[in-house]
Ligand binder design. Structure first.
Ligand code: ADP
Ligand code: MG
Length: 258
């Protein structure tokens, strides 16, 4: 039957059927996209949980191997002091002094750990100065020449943003110093309208960001932080041509409306 022979009703029915088929395909496509987005979101959350679990593990190792050891050793020295003080006062004095020194080291260690968990300097002095401190501390370890340029008009940024940008800088800077073999590293913090741009650049050996082995959480942490801040992350790295990590994040007072 040719199109001319078909009745109007038949043509309309065919048209309706075609429309239904198109709608079905669009539905399936939409469903597939939504499903993919949900899977991606689940994977991101999973990665984030894994990274945070890993951070906790590191902190617990550090407490176990550092702080707890100093305190246990100090306790033993105090016990020795108790035991020796009547009959061997010189030995007792040595034990006492060793114990005091161990307590002092435990105190320094706990300060370092607190700093690692939530750097108090940011609260007190703001992001720019906190990053200057970070750069200063990193310089003390030797390694590449580090330059820090900043141009931020706002005096203070929202605390969540300051903390996240500090962590991102810490990880990217430590990566550049640890892995890149570059002779210099440049850290830049700039305000561009309603955005903050953070860049850590080196001129070292570069790497393939898509081929990072399992069990490394630094870059993943950077990705997650930028994502949570609603920002954009660019990792530009090629073997032998250095690495540029750039995060552009919006300055906002609240991340979510309550
Ligand atoms: N700036 C860099 N230059 C060269 N390689 C890098 C750089 N940053 C990261 N990498 C590579 O990417 C890997 C993953 O980095 P990261 O996720 O921070 O884990 P980690 O620093 O614990 O190894 C590193 O082991 C290193 O091989
Ligand atoms: Mg790292």
């Amino acid at each position: 039957m040719s199109d001319q022979d078909k009745t109007k009703e038949e043509l309309l029915r065919e048209l309706a059927e075609l429309r239904r088929q198109v709608a079905d395909t669009t539905d399936i496509h939409d469903q597939k996209c939504a499903e993919e987005a949900r899977a991606k979101e689940r994977q991101s959350l999973w990665n984030m949980l894994q990274a945070s679990d890993h951070e906790r593990q590191i902190i617990s190792y550090e407490i176990h191997d550092g702080l707890a050891q100093y305190l246990a050793a100090a306790g033993m020295q105090f016990q020795a002091y108790e035991f020796l003080k009547e009959n061997l006062p010189v030995e007792a004095k040595k034990a006492y002094e060793a114990a005091v020194e161990l307590v002092r080291q435990a105190h320094a260690e706990s300060r370092r750990l607190i700093n690692e968990v939530r750097p108090p300097v940011i609260d007190e002095i703001g992001l720019e100065t906190a990053i200057s401190h970070l750069v200063h501390e990193q310089r003390k370890l030797g390694g590449p020449k580090i330059k820090f340029d900043s141009d931020v008009q706002l005096n203070r940024l929202p605390p969540i943003l300051e903390n996240a940008l500090y962590r991102i800088t810490q990880e990217a800077l430590s990566n550049a110093c640890k892995h890149s073999e570059s002779r210099k590293v440049l850290v830049t913090l700039t305000q561009e309208g309603q955005n903050i741009r953070l860049e850590v650049r080196d001129w070292g050996i570069g790497f393939d960001a898509e081929a990072v082995k399992k069990g490394h959480f630094g870059l993943e942490g950077i990705r997650q932080r930028v994502r949570l801040l609603g920002g954009r992350l660019t990792i530009d790295s090629k073997p032998d041509s250095g690495t540029m990590i750039q995060a552009i994040v919006p300055i906002m007072e609240k991340l979510t409306e309550d």
